[in-house]
Design a protein around this ligand. Structure first.
Ligand SMILES: Cc1cc2nc3c(=O)[nH]c(=O)nc-3n(C[C@H](O)[C@H](O)[C@H](O)COP(=O)(O)OP(=O)(O)OC[C@H]3O[C@@H](n4cnc5c(N)ncnc54)[C@H](O)[C@@H]3O)c2cc1C
Ligand code: SF4
Length: 350
């Protein structure tokens, strides 16, 4: 490991100044991703600024009903918080689907958002990787790409963003509050991470020294009708092959086909792109449509029309479609149950 200087930040302004002044300085939060990368030689900072003691570890409700999550709130604490479990179950479920109990006790909200891809070639400094070493090539394109992107990839990089939490936050229309040397700004979470294009070494739109201080979850009436589903190689302690976060708002009105109609819907995919993928085409297809498994599948197909897969990861297209259909069908059953109906006979096709 390259020798580095360690500093503990006493306040936000001091943390930002310390990192902004050093081109290769980084923030240290829980360290569960950064320290691994320092040991592997993937990250070689000369200065590490520890933000673990900044007063950013609270979850509060703002006067307009927005829930503000401090950047250093631990993943375990966030998942266990009553307000999150009741109002945003999709977020609690996504957090609990990630990593392990021990890791979640250390991992922070901002660190989780800014964790780097798990592409095996990115983590192996002996392999070509444009994200780690721009211009060196992309070993995944001709190599092991089972976990890689089917949406929004580029010739230079097909890595996916590994966070579960970020997918739920994308579906919830979250915003990230950021402080830099020129002041504070708010970024929609769906705009925080980038597609790789020809600059895959940049994961996000943050500039050097910008510190995430909080994530805001706006209130919306059907956020409690939300859920997360992750498909992975093992039942626990594994990153997503794909995942789907969704929130569904059904009308009481029954259409001719016997089902309720969809007033509003939020859908995001994980494990498919360089960023959490908000499925706006699928959402647009579903608004006003009948809540049927056929429509859920078709909505997924509309979104996936732009998918580009390799041999290794072509299975993800079917997997996303089936997961969208089964998750939305479950959310429909739960709500129809609430208002006294059911969706009998609308099981998923094999
Ligand atoms: C074995 C293993 C399994 C895992 N499985 C999963 C999984 O299934 N799903 C999942 O989602 N995650 C998984 N993770 C990843 C884990 O969730 C992340 O490592 C963790 O969330 C990172 O948070 P941290 O606070 O430790 O970040 P750190 O490692 O401290 O930092 C990560 C990055 O964020 C930057 N950073 C941190 N805080 C800030 C801030 N406030 N402002 C600006 N930059 C900041 C750091 O400089 C660094 O670049 C797994 C990790 C391991 C080791
Ligand atoms: S997919 Fe991206 S991260 Fe993986 S080897 Fe290619 S350039 Fe590197």
């Amino acid at each position: 490991m390259r020798p580095f200087e360690y500093r503990r930040a006493e306040d936000v302004a001091g943390a930002v100044a310390a990192v902004a002044d050093h081109p290769d300085a980084v923030y240290l939060a829980g360290g569960t991703n950064l320290v691994d990368h320092m040991k592997l030689g993937v990250a070689t900072p000369s200065l590490v600024v520890d933000i673990g003691h900044l007063p950013l570890d609270q979850i509060v409700e703002l006067p307009d009903g927005t829930v503000r999550i401090g950047a250093t709130v631990r993943n375990s604490d966030l998942a266990a918080h009553l307000m999150i479990r009741q109002r945003y179950p999709v977020l609690a479920q996504a957090l609990l689907a990630g990593a392990s109990g021990q890791l979640r006790n250390l991992a922070t909200t901002a660190g989780n958002l800014l964790q780097r891809t798990r592409c095996v070639y990115f983590q192996d400094v002996s392999m070509p990787c444009n994200k780690r070493d721009l211009g060196s090539g992309c070993a995944a394109r001709e190599g092991y790409a089972r976990y890689h992107a089917i949406l929004g990839g580029s010739a230079g990089c097909i890595a996916v963003h590994p966070s579960d939490m970020a997918v739920a936050m994308a579906a919830l229309d979250a915003s990230v509050v950021v402080t830099g040397s020129t002041g504070e700004r708010s970024i929609r979470l769906v705009d925080l991470h980038r597609l790789p294009g020809d600059t895959p070494h940049r994961d996000t739109v943050l500039t050097h020294g910008e510190l995430i201080t909080a994530v805001d979850l706006p209130p919306f009436p059907f956020s409690r009708h939300s859920a997360y589903r992750k498909v992975r190689d093992r039942a626990s302690y594994a990153f997503a092959l794909i995942s789907v976060a969704a929130a569904l708002d059904l009308s009481d009105h029954r259409d001719g086909a016997g089902g309720p109609t969809i007033r509003d819907v939020r859908i995001a995919f994980g494990g498919v792109a360089h960023k959490p993928w908000r499925a706006t085409a699928a959402e647009n297809f579903l608004r006003g449509a009948a809540a049927s498994v056929e429509n859920f599948r078709e909505a997924a197909d509309v979104e996936l029309a732009q998918a580009e897969a390799l041999n290794d990861n072509a299975f993800k297209i079917t997997m996303v479609r089936n997961t969208v259909a089964s998750l939305l069908a479950d959310l429909t059953r739960r709500q129809v149950g609430d208002i006294g109906g059911d969706l009998a006979g609308q099981e998923q096709k094999p």
